[in-house]
Ligand binder design. Structure first.
Ligand code: FES
Length: 134
């Protein structure tokens, strides 16, 4: 009976701790193991990136097509509270979906509460293959 009670208490503690872990910055790690990766822009999954101003997510990286020849790739989650960051072509910044922090194309903070820059990744396009690397 005591063993069962002990495990029940342990399980309750784990369930109570989980939301705090999910809200803290330490739990949402970048998928570093997936980098470098390549995506084929002729594949319908990624073909949105053939249009300047469009963006998508892959392996916890937000990738935006800035113009005909330039891409920007940054870590997907805001450095404030881990909300997703998307590209807003009309203003030329990456914008956090949480409280609107803005990031420059190189990942540095342009405006708002984010305490530090997003990780910037290198991009290279060869034919229809876009490679994202450290
Ligand atoms: S969580 Fe990103 S700006 Fe607030």
């Amino acid at each position: 009976m005591k063993t069962k009670s002990f495990f029940h208490s342990y399980a309750v503690l784990l369930l109570m701790a989980l939301p705090f872990c999910m809200l803290s910055s330490g739990c949402k790690k970048e998928n570093q193991n997936a980098i470098p990766f390549s995506i084929d822009l002729s594949n319908s999954t990624y073909s949105a990136l053939n249009t300047p101003g469009a963006y998508l997510y892959n392996a916890n990286v937000v990738i935006a097509r800035i113009n005909a020849t330039t891409f920007a790739a940054l870590s997907e989650y805001c450095t404030k509270d881990n909300n997703t960051v998307g590209y807003n072509a009309s203003i030329g910044f990456f914008v956090c979906s949480g409280c609107g922090g803005r990031f420059n194309l190189d990942g540095t903070v342009a405006f708002g509460p984010p305490p530090k820059a997003l990780t910037k990744y290198h991009t290279s396009l060869s034919g229809s293959i876009l490679t994202v690397s450290q």
